[in-house]
Design a protein around this ligand. Sequence first.
Ligand code: GLY
Length: 359
Amino acid sequence: MIKHTINLKERSYPIYITTSFQELGRTVLSLRTGKKLIIVTDQNVDRLYSEECVKEFEENGFEVYKHVLVPGEEHKTLDAVYGIYKKLIEHKLDRSSTLVALGGGVVGDISGFAAATYMRGINFVQVPTTLLSQADSSVGGKTGVDFDGHKNAVGAFYQPKLVFINVNTIKSLPKREVSAGLAEVIKHGLIMDEEYCDYLNYNAQKILAFDENVLQYLAKKNVSIKGQVVEQDEKENDLRAILNLGHTIGHAIETVQNFTLLHGECVAIGIVGAFKLSYYMNILPETVLEQVKSILLKYELPVSLPGMDVEKVYKQIYHDKKVKDSQLKFVLPKRIGEVFQCTIDDTALLKRVLNDLAK
Ligand code: GLY
């Protein structure tokens, strides 16, 4: 089992990376919390892993409850949180109890918010089962739900007490979802690790074959890159925003397309948009843009969205939460492995990029 620590003073926590759920109960027991524990999961993950996880916890002396959510981003709402509160109250969980999020990013976001707010905060453990959540959302403490069509509008920063990654859960995912998760993985290389990007470029076959050692290596790299950023800027006052490479355009596309595209797919298109902006601004050569597109394509990720409604996406970008004082902030690449943040007020330039992406 690999152990990586996220250093956030009194909110520091370990991330365990391994190839099964063995040791899940023992590692959570080491937190020395109360005996009551609730697993929050969704219908898909429940069928696959709940039984094994419940057994792990029961064998380690926990009194285990379970709450099953309806899967999908469209159910990432306050109603879902309400259902969790009801269950927590029904079984009299208190501040010594533990809430375990077993599932992907949506499960983690909803249940993290419930854990952050129930009785002003109970112990929270993330057991991410998708590549996207293992690489990104389970680390760093962002929790929350969508509200009235606004993505992640209601939420809290609330760090887990522990993250437990069983890399083999990736094997049960549809291929499309694996690719979407890889967009966030590639993003990590693009923002701060050129060598990692090279690795992803030259090892696509091995990665897509789910070699256990390769998956553990990826997980370790992802949590350490993300961890480095979160440790310096936990609450996204500045540096953490670099993790949003590709997200300004990506989030807008995700909303305009009514969540029919996966988050990672939209991020991939957004990453191409960010590299195009840098290219048109003479910050990097076209060869770099083409290199990034070719890496994304190796993982069967989209690099454009033919027929995309440019005006709608453009308007949505301005509704995005990153618009502050009507200025539009972008994370742009300087080269592969280095990004910077800037404000873009050149409407024509942004529309040129969106038009390119719509071809
Ligand atoms: N997914 C971006 C962040 O956690 O800040």
